[in-house]
Ligand binder design. Structure first.
Ligand code: SAM
Length: 282
């Protein structure tokens, strides 16, 4: 069953949180010269024109990236967030107008250096087709296939460093545990990999199964950041927040993201709240 299409949700508050976290991690990784493999297990389309029929149907970007884009001049000096907004402008055909929201492949790959490479997995044939038509600079491979299986098959990697993003749609409840099992197996093959996992905050609280399975599986250095757009009591159905786990987070990430997310929570929340910390410490 593959009915989820990210185009309906592109640029929403969860994308902002996810891609800002990703941007913060990559910013740290690029401080060292040694090459990196970026692996995106659930890549999606890669780029989302805001006027596409799917994206303009729900217009979730109006409560996500748009308020930040409109305030970008005032936010330019904000740590990390200002830089993220400047990068977003560079992703536009006309940098003065926000017409496209870039997906995770762009946030991961737009700064690929010689020696770095990127592997993009996408299982949905239509979504993979969109991704295959995009042009990317650098060594980018697009694979029409299962990203969790692909992650395990491709480890260990030849580059000294690996950064993986796991961003499923969680259409099936079993996906929470499948992600946990895959990550536990992957970390046995690549102990130092930096792995980011996105999860939704839903009233049913299923993300706890994922978090607990990772902890019970013996993982160390698992950091989380959670952005609640509103308190769950106000929202009986649907996603009230967005969570990111980072395994082996770069040093200083917590402080940088806390600073960057404060103005985001203020502008996108009602009331918004951001909290972070170690889920499992070293
Ligand atoms: N990471 C993207 C971004 O941030 O721009 C969004 C990805 S979206 C949440 C999830 C994507 O995973 C969908 O495009 C879906 O078709 C795809 N997908 C679902 N199951 C998959 C699997 N087992 N392997 C690879 N892709 C899968």
């Amino acid at each position: 069953m593959l009915s989820y299409q990210h185009a309906y949700h592109a640029g929403n508050f969860a994308d902002v949180h996810k891609h800002l976290t990703l941007h913060g991690v990559i910013d740290h990784l690029l401080r060292k010269d040694s090459s990196i493999t970026y692996l995106d297990t659930h890549a999606g389309r890669g780029s989302y024109p805001l006027d596409a029929s799917e994206t303009s149907r729900l217009q979730e970007y109006r409560e996500g990236v748009i308020p930040l884009w409109r305030a970008r001049q005032g936010l330019a000096g904000e740590p990390l967030l200002g830089d993220w907004l400047a990068a977003l402008a560079r992703a536009q055909p006309d940098p003065s107008r926000l017409t496209h929201y870039p997906g995770s492949p762009w946030w991961m790959g737009h700064r690929l250096r010689r020696g770095d490479r990127q592997w993009l997995f996408e299982l949905h044939p239509g979504e993979h087709g969109h991704l295959a038509r995009l042009s990317f600079p650098g060594a980018v491979e697009r694979i029409h296939g299962d990203g969790l299986e692909g992650l395990l098959q491709r480890l260990p990697v030849k580059t000294p460093r690996l950064c993986a993003l796991i961003d499923p749609s969680y259409e099936r409840k079993a996906e929470y545990l499948e992600v946990a099992q895959t990550v536990l197996a992957a970390m046995r093959k690549a102990r130092h990999a930096v792995v980011l996992i996105w999860y939704p905050l839903l009233p049913a609280g299923r993300h706890r199964e994922l978090l607990e399975a990772l902890r019970d599986g013996g993982l160390r250095k698992v950091w989380y950041g959670e952005f609640s757009r509103r308190t769950p009591a106000h929202e009986e159905h649907g996603m009230y927040g967005s969570g990111m786990l980072v395994i082996n987070p770069p040093w200083g990430l917590d402080e940088r993201l806390a600073e960057a997310m404060a103005p985001v929570a203020e502008r996108l929340g009602s009331p918004g709240r951001y909290r972070s910390g170690w889920w499992v410490e070293e």
